[in-house]
Design a protein around this ligand. Structure first.
Ligand SMILES: Nc1nc2c(c(=O)[nH]1)N[C@H]1C(S)=C(S)[C@@H](COP(=O)(O)OP(=O)(O)OC[C@H]3O[C@@H](n4cnc5c(=O)[nH]c(N)nc54)[C@H](O)[C@@H]3O)O[C@H]1N2
Ligand SMILES: Nc1nc2c(c(=O)[nH]1)N[C@H]1C(S)=C(S)[C@@H](COP(=O)(O)OP(=O)(O)OC[C@H]3O[C@@H](n4cnc5c(=O)[nH]c(N)nc54)[C@H](O)[C@@H]3O)O[C@H]1N2
Ligand SMILES: [Mo]
Length: 726
């Protein structure tokens, strides 16, 4: 009997957390997974990390390279050698480059691996060295929040350390459900402590979420995509009662007068009163008035505007309105308060592998000043970009449709692209029209079935890497390799290194081994003095003198620390937006009616508003078909008792959810946890479309529109549908 070893690593999927896994390995096999029981703060893994053994050994793991044998998308493949696979990939890349140019190569890199070395970045680097490619812009997660973050504050670093919530006197979770979505490992723990401490928590959400049930004193259900109206009416109450922090506004912001003119009706003759907002939002005017006064007077208060309400066809107006109300009450830059926007807290999230062919780390600049996001933009010499929600349209219409290229080849890595992106049926048509599709995957996902060449990739358990927290808590994790690569799988990076010479790229690894790169990147954070110690313990928890609070300096010492905006102040009125001169992106926050909102004409035909939220036992589609997790919360559609009764639907009935884009068949969860007029499907279910065109797999994106907001947000939560018994 060999002995059991314990190896420390961390999940690297896009799960919302970043936790310590203690992996017990016996004779080369994972037998058990435990988590952090060491020094505080402990980084304890959730159900998904603890169930990971079933993913590593799942029967649909890809075992060897394969080429397509049947019609594209049907999943018929034949085993080939690595040499044949890589030669074919190189041949196709060279053919497309020579025939159409580099911009016809579409790189669709997903969120599968968030660690610095492995995942989509490996292919970005390869294709950058090959002369470029077309990439997507517009992140599904947070484009609306990011847009407003940049417009209002000029930065993404707008969050606060979690423990600082304990300094708040009121916490408003506005479309925020961290009991499920995690939002950095210890958020739920901190909210539990806040509750224990007696801090009032209010949740504003069309659904009674787990976070609401466990942490909140009050649930305020609101009609989806109308939140900007409620926030603007709160501003009305605050102005009317003279509760705004005028000293703060004068000192730190620009444009409040213009916003006030809109709110009071001086601009357009329509005062944005609580009665006005009640009709739009469904929230009683008395509730709006009370919450406005509570938020303006309970100082310091933390209003946390989640990304979900911003993931809609006018999503950025919600985030802009939240940022404005936060500034009006002076609730940012101080302990216990909270700014809106992207809400990164601390710099550790910026640790990243260099992306381009020549890049910051190679030139000796620490990544902290050259964030992942900035580097991404410079990675492709072609500079061609298409919005992530418009990829299918671009494939189908190309330059003739106004896009920068005619995509011919898709290179998909770390993404279940067809499943995760809006409008699956349109996606299938588009993917069938491409000349060639290359996919790096771990499992036989619905997207993998569309590959011409399908390359098996190892999981994070089978390789070394380093990783920083999901949003930016002060720690880093070293991901030790627990077991050898399963079957014939390889890392994305090793695949690319073997492709490089076939594409005449000489220096793919830039003269360093993977281990040397991990050491270089670790050292360049400036936070981790001893690499060997980091590797051995698997974690570095930083001791910080005071909790991180974004804009502390700007508020304490505004002369020497201006906001990184053109005016140096918080831009309630944003000059950049004014220059766009687009009434759909106004310079101040406004409530604008939303395509596929409750009052769209289409609601006559499809009267229910569909939310497609993040599902508890899932990480998008990465943790599908794992028996332990499937048991936790099966994929059902949530429908209110009122809407179910009106349609003669009982709990457990099979129902069809449908619109002009598609049909999904699922079991109904008839519940009081969702407000009437709204239904919910957790995103991530693997689509499985039958001969009648009905998706039996519960994929939310069968129903979502492949459009984006004026600011670039996905429309994942502005979707009209009807439901009937199947
Ligand atoms: N379990 C789990 N956790 C995850 C992930 C996962 O797939 N599964 N994914 C991770 C990733 S990559 C991301 S980007 C984050 C996403 O994190 P979020 O975007 O915060 O998560 P969502 O569940 O989409 O939305 C949060 C809440 O917003 C509410 N909401 C939706 N529309 C509206 C609206 O119009 N108004 C109001 N007031 N509320 C609304 C939803 O009901 C939901 O409860 O989660 C991360 N964490
Ligand atoms: N309707 C709707 N759709 C949404 C959302 C929503 O709220 N509503 N949320 C969106 C959000 S926020 C996000 S971030 C996206 C995520 O969309 P994706 O990035 O497509 O995420 P996943 O569906 O988890 O697919 C990741 C894939 O990567 C594979 N993988 C994991 N590790 C590796 C690796 O190391 N190498 C390679 N090559 N593959 C690997 C996994 O097996 C998995 O199939 O989904 C978006 N889709
Ligand atoms: Mo995301």
């Amino acid at each position: 009997m060999g002995k059991t070893e314990t190896i420390v690593t961390s999940c690297s999927h896009d799960c919302g957390g970043r936790c310590m896994l203690k992996v017990h390995v016996h004779e080369g096999k994972i037998v058990r997974i435990e988590t952090d029981d060491g020094e505080e703060p402990q980084l304890r893994a959730c159900l998904r990390g603890r169930a990971y053994r079933q993913r590593v050994y799942s029967p649909d793991r890809l075992k060897y390279p394969m080429k397509r044998t049947g019609p594209r998308g049907e999943g018929q493949f034949e085993r080939i050698s690595w040499d044949e696979a890589l030669d074919t990939v190189a041949k196709e890349l060279i053919r497309v480059k020579n025939t159409y140019g580099n911009a016809s190569i579409l790189l669709l890199g997903g969120s599968g691996s968030q660690a610095v070395l492995h995942g989509a970045g490996a292919v970005e680097r390869l294709l950058a060295g090959f002369g470029g490619y077309t990439r997507a812009w517009g992140t599904p997660s947070y484009e609306g929040a990011l847009f407003s973050s940049m417009a209002t504050y000029g930065t993404m670093t707008t969050g606060s350390a979690r423990e600082d919530l304990l300094n708040s006197r009121l916490i408003i979770m506005w479309g925020w459900n961290p009991a499920v979505t995690v939002w950095d490992t210890n958020t739920a723990l901190t909210l539990a402590k806040a509750k224990e401490k007696g801090i009032k928590v209010v949740s504003i959400d069309p659904r009674l979420t787990e976070s609401t049930a466990v942490f909140a004193n009050e649930w305020v259900p609101i009609r989806p995509a109308t939140d900007a109206a409620m926030l603007i009416a709160m501003a009305y109450v605050i102005i009317e009662q003279g509760l705004q922090d005028q000293r703060f506004l004068d000192k730190y912001t620009v444009g409040f007068d213009k916003f006030r003119d809109y709110v009071t009706g001086t601009e357009d003759g329509a005062p944005k009163t609580p009665a006005w907002a009640e009709k739009i939002t469904g929230v009683p005017r008395a509730t709006i008035e009370r919450l406005a006064v509570e938020y303006a007077t309970a100082k310091p208060a933390a209003l946390i505007p989640g990304w979900g309400p911003a993931r809609g066809a006018m999503g950025e107006q919600f985030s802009r309105a939240a940022n404005t109300v936060i500034a009006m009450t002076g609730n940012l830059g101080k302990e216990g308060s909270y700014a809106g926007g992207f809400m990164r807290a601390f710099h550790s999230r910026q640790m990243g592998m260099p992306r381009g062919a020549r890049n910051a780390v190679e030139q000796g600049t620490p990544p902290r000043q050259n964030s992942l996001y900035k580097l991404r933009g410079s990675a492709s010499p072609t500079s061609a970009r298409i919005h992530s929600a418009k990829i299918y349209d671009a494939i189908l219409r190309g330059k003739a449709g106004g896009y920068p290229c005619d995509p011919k080849l898709a290179y998909i890595v770390a993404s279940n692209f067809l499943n995760s992106s809006p409008n699956v049926n349109k996606g299938i048509t588009a993917f069938k029209s491409l000349e060639f599709i290359i996919i790096h995957e771990q499992r036989m996902t619905p997207t993998a079935k569309f590959a011409d060449i399908l390359l098996p990739v190892n999981t994070f358990m089978e390789r070394e890497d380093v990783i920083s927290p999901w949003l930016g808590s002060p720690y880093y994790l070293y991901m030790n390799k627990a077991i050898n690569s399963m079957y014939e799988s390889k890392s994305d990076r090793d695949i690319c290194a073997e492709l490089a010479p076939r594409l005449d790229i000489a220096d793919y690894r830039a003269g360093r081994t993977d281990e040397e790169w991990l050491k270089t990147i670790t050292e360049s954070t400036g936070d981790i003095p001893d690499f060997e110690d980091f590797e051995q313990k698997g974690v570095v928890k930083l001791k910080v003198a005071e909790p991180f609070v974004a804009f502390r300096e700007q508020i304490k010492d505004p002369i020497n620390h201006p906001f990184p905006t053109p005016s140096g102040k918080i831009e309630i009125y944003c000059q950049h937006l004014a220059e766009m001169n687009n009434p759909r992106i106004p310079a101040i926050a406004k409530y604008l009616p939303t395509p596929e909102g409750y009052d769209d004409a289409l609601s006559q035909k499809y009267p229910l508003q569909l939310l497609t939220t993040h599902h508890k036992p899932a990480t998008h589609s990465t943790m599908e078909k794992i028996p332990w997790l499937d048991d936790v919360e099966p994929r059902h559609v949530w429908i209110s008792t009122t809407d179910a009764e009106a349609r003669d639907i009982s709990a457990g009935d099979e129902v069809l959810i449908f619109n002009d884009r598609g049909k999904v068949r699922m079991q109904a969860d008839v519940t009081e946890k969702i407000m009437p007029g709204v239904v919910n499907i957790g995103q991530g279910g693997w689509f499985d479309i039958d001969e009648q065109g009905i998706d039996q797999g519960g994929c939310a994106n069968t129903l979502t529109p492949s459009e984006h907001s004026p600011g670039g947000a996905w429309c994942a939560n502005t979707v009209l549908v009807e439901v009937r018994k199947a």
